[in-house]
Design a binder for this molecule. Structure first.
Ligand SMILES: Nc1nc2c([nH]c(=O)n2[C@@H]2O[C@H](COP(=O)(O)OP(=O)(O)OP(=O)(O)O)[C@@H](O)[C@H]2O)c(=O)[nH]1
Length: 135
């Protein structure tokens, strides 16, 4: 049992033609600053997970995509100090626009096997194996 609220966050691995994945570095001043994460964020009221992800990709990276281009990969379920994170991870191979770091400190295209070289939030570590299998 846990009395911590469950926080639903959606995240996305953009995958390019070379099977590299886009990761984004959390900016200074935020929780987990400096760590590399998958773009995404919390749902707003009334949004489906896919709606939220499409909005976040536009806000964070300036890219546009659609629900049909979002494929579920796996999910993270991880207890942080003040909440329990439930985070579906989608893969997206088709989008419009060139990703730019609108809200992150930096972006990087990384081969899935190299993701372990980048410090990520603890919730993300189990996701790497699923991406390596997929890609
Ligand atoms: N987007 C994203 N969030 C992640 C990942 N891994 C992970 O633990 N998280 C956590 O999920 C939450 C995502 O929230 P968010 O991106 O909407 O919000 P934030 O912490 O940047 O702050 P904000 O409320 O000011 O937007 C954060 O607590 C973040 O640490 C990940 O790979 N991608």
């Amino acid at each position: 049992m846990s009395d911590k609220p469950i926080l639903l966050v959606v995240a996305c691995a953009l995958v390019d033609a070379d099977r590299r994945v886009l990761i984004a570095q959390r900016p200074q001043g935020k929780q987990l600053a400096g760590l590399w994460e998958f773009p995404g964020g919390k749902l707003e009221p009334g949004e489906t997970p896919e709606d939220a992800l499409i909005r976040e990709l536009e806000e964070e990276l300036g890219v546009s995509t659609r629900t049909a281009c979002l494929a579920p990969v796996t999910f993270a379920s991880h207890t942080y100090e003040s909440f329990h994170l439930l985070m579906p991870l989608y893969a997206c191979r088709k989008w419009q626009g060139n990703p730019e770091p609108r809200e992150h400190a930096a972006l990087k295209w990384v081969r899935p096997q190299a993701l372990r070289d980048y410090p990520m939030p603890p919730a993300d570590e189990p996701l790497i194996a699923a991406l390596c299998d997929l890609l």
